[in-house]
Design a protein around this ligand. Structure first.
Ligand code: SF4
Length: 713
């Protein structure tokens, strides 16, 4: 049978086997399964559920780690260079996935498989090598705990070929840090859910892929015509003079104040230039919004208890944002087949005390430009405005393969716990933890990477560390996953709060397409709006798009909006697309046409809503099988905007754009659960939903749980 868009099979690697014939097994995937689950984490969710991976100890032999490419990867569609890593999360104990760009996604598909999955544990460190006509597990003794991720990539590419793509782990994940990441291209990270620790537990150092199998496309002419036309439209839509002006003005401390003023008076929508986000992303990448976000209530400050314009004012924040970063850019970087190219390579000094840059070229290294999340986490969250320090911390995390978001949240928690004497100097080897004290932060991060001293506890993640030190009130996480750098207390932020709690990977800012809209299931397919999936409004400047409700608390979004924004993320990730790119491009991409052109399916847009809902429901039920419900993913009171004082709710923030704001997240959760057909108390989908989505196998598994688990609320 000929497959279009996909490869028709998965590769399983059993790390416990020593004989080559037993190490590798192919799993053929029936064509209809792709129509129901796409690829990426959609297909991954079905396969992990089928294999009862929910029963596994996340760091034990029964857990599986999979590297899944997307359905549109290698088909010619733009923005299709993202892959998904999947497994049971060591951080949350439930469903885990992490998304990553670079050039590894096409390399997976060129092996001839839609995904590569590993089970069991190797007796010794190994790496997987796949090239045309050869696949083998190779000894990694010379790399394990000896080489960081950049060195590992250099060695493997020198050994096997410069065009081989490498995904690997470093010391942090090898030491089973629960927020371990997986790194490709020396700085692109599949960072969330702690999946790097699974590689560490399996003694799997790296994947090195150098095969060249083609992906069959159903209608090559249509695909190339669509893509060519789309590129022309994108070029024509680039940068009007208002965008240019505002984007340049954006690099001034005054800008944040003006935006705050407009926001306060409900005037912001009136001045929003159409393509500002697109222009800003092309010019600066995600770090183009760091200063603004810090000052208008989007990014959390001082472990979520600070106010941007007071504790991290624009004159400080701009030092780690926009031109302050791109002034050191030596070239643009884009993932596979992405014309937006939001990434960059930049110079940075070897010593954090050498900023601004030293004149001697020998003291300068070239690294990936910092992203928004990292610059906020090691910036406003811990009160650091030293760009070189943040770049260095980013490099430390990338080389050791740990998640910068989780790491910075753990550091911020530790500083506050130290401030409140919950952690004492004898527990930190006499390091004094203070806001903005980069020397002590650097030592702390080193300890986390090595799992030494207090780092032995901190590497378990903020939830476990906070419980250990009896300081849970400062621990900013949802279900064990450290919160990202977008604040649900901001105006229009309720959707963030809901997704942080209801999504299968809690505490993630990319699990829902904020502000985007797929066509509603009941929409007439002849309606023009329903003919293509609405472009997905992304994270960048999301506050700008959503400031029409300048009231103390946001209204709860409609059920349709919640369902569509949530399920569209599952489609994007099943297709291997970039969520950010789809939120930013000024012209509507021919998404449905791309899918149909690549596969020959001819599905109407509404079918993709069903697919997204199916994928979401399987991931959600994976968590139910792990005994995880809404009760376990509740945000800390601080992130919901209040603290309990003598049995009463008192606002955490009494100044700034988020003052007195307490988004009604519980009501939002209820609306979301109703939209998805999940029982609010137990989380279990209705029989009708499971039957409609063809998920009888999931229903059977849910019914097989002990009664006590089934009734858990
Ligand atoms: S927009 Fe940026 S992150 Fe997304 S695919 Fe393009 S280069 Fe990669």
């Amino acid at each position: 049978m000929e497959y279009f868009g996909c490869m028709g099979k998965l590769l399983w690697v059993d790390l416990s086997q020593t004989e080559k014939e037993k190490q590798f097994t192919e799993q053929t995937i029936p064509a209809d399964v792709y129509k129901e689950y796409l690829t990426g984490y959609g297909l991954g969710a079905k396969v992990l559920f089928d294999n009862e991976v929910y029963k596994a100890d996340p760091l034990g032999p029964d857990n599986v780690i999979g590297f899944m490419s997307g359905l549109l990867t290698n088909t010619g569609a733009f923005f299709s260079g993202r892959f998904e890593v999947i497994g049971k999360s060591p951080l949350t104990g439930g469903w885990g996935d992490a998304n990553c760009g670079g050039y590894f996604a096409p390399a997976i598909k060129k092996t001839g498989y839609d995904g590569i999955l590993f089970k069991n544990i190797s007796a010794k460190p190994v790496y997987l090598l796949i090239e045309d006509g050869n696949m083998e597990l190779r000894d990694a003794a010379d790399l394990w705990k000896k080489k960081d991720t950049a060195q590992t990539q250099d060695i493997l590419q020198k050994r096997h070929g410069a065009n081989y793509q490498v995904a690997c782990i470093g010391e942090g994940a090898e030491n089973l840090c629960r927020f371990g990441a997986i790194i490709t291209d020396k700085g692109r990270a599949a960072a969330r859910s702690g999946l790097g620790a699974i590689m560490g537990s399996k003694k799997l150092k790296a994947l090195c892929l150098g095969a060249n199998q083609a992906t069959h496309i159903h209608d090559v002419v249509t695909m190339s015509t669509l893509t060519g036309n789309f590129m022309n439209q994108m070029c024509a839509a680039s940068g009007g003079w208002i965008d240019d002006l505002v984007s340049w003005f954006g690099y001034t401390p005054l800008f944040s104040g003006v935006v705050r003023f407009l926001q306060k008076h409900n005037w912001l929508n009136a001045v929003e230039p159409n393509n500002l986000d697109f222009y800003g992303m092309k010019r600066w990448g995600t770090c183009g919004t760091t200063a603004l976000s810090a000052n208008i209530g989007d990014s959390p400050i001082k472990n979520w208890k600070g106010v941007g314009y007071i504790d991290f004012p624009a004159k400080k924040a701009i030092k780690i944002s926009n031109n302050s970063v791109t002034d050191h850019e030596t070239g643009k970087y884009g993932c596979h087949h992405c014309p937006l190219r939001c990434g960059g390579k930049m110079n940075y000094p070897k010593s954090i005390h050498d900023y601004p840059l030293p004149k001697d070229d020998d003291d300068i290294q070239q690294v990936h430009k910092i992203e928004y999340e990292t610059s906020c986490g090691f910036g406003g969250l811990i009160q650091c405005d030293n760009l070189a320090a943040i770049v260095e911390l980013n490099e430390m995390c990338n080389k050791a393969s740990i998640d910068t978001i989780s790491c910075s949240v753990v550091v911020a928690w530790a500083i506050e716990a130290f401030e409140n004497k919950k952690i004492t100097p004898d527990q930190t080897d006499n390091i004094v933890l203070e806001w903005g004290n980069i020397d002590s932060v650097k030592i702390l991060v080193e300890k986390i990477i090595k799992g030494e001293g207090i780092g032995k506890i901190l590497k378990e993640g903020v939830k476990i560390a906070a419980e250990h030190f009896n300081a849970t009130q400062y621990a900013m996480h949802a279900g064990g996953q450290e919160l990202p750098m977008h604040d649900p207390r901001q105006i229009g932020g309720i959707g963030l709060g809901i997704q942080y709690e209801v999504e299968p990977t809690p505490g993630r800012h990319t699990s829902t397409c904020n502000g985007c809209g797929l066509p509603a299931p009941e929409t007439d397919s002849s309606n023009k709006k329903a003919k293509s999936i609405h472009r997905l409004k992304g994270q960048f400047m999301q506050h700008v798009a959503k400031t029409q409700h300048n009231v103390k608390n946001d209204p709860v979004p409609s059920q349709d909006e919640l369902l569509l924004t949530s399920c569209s993320a599952d489609i994007v990730n099943g297709l291997g697309l970039c969520l950010d790119a789809f939120g930013l491009i000024p012209v509507e991409p021919p998404l449905v046409e791309w899918i149909n052109g690549a596969t020959g399916w001819n599905f109407p847009p509404s079918e993709f809503v069903t697919i997204g809902k199916r994928i979401k429901t399987v991931r959600h039920c994976f968590n139910l099988m792990c005994n995880i419900t809404l009760r376990d993913t509740r945000l800390p009171d601080r992130a919901r905007g209040y603290r309990e004082v003598k049995g009463k709710k008192e606002a955490v923030l009494k100044k700034g754009p988020n003052a007195y704001r307490m988004p009604p997240i519980d009501e939002g959760n209820q609306a979301y659960y109703e939209a998805m057909g999940f029982d609010l108390q137990t989380g279990v989908p209705s029989d009708e939903v499971l039957t409609d989505l063809g998920l009888d196998y999931v229903k059977k598994a849910l019914e097989s749980r002990p009664t006590s688990d089934r009734c858990r609320k």
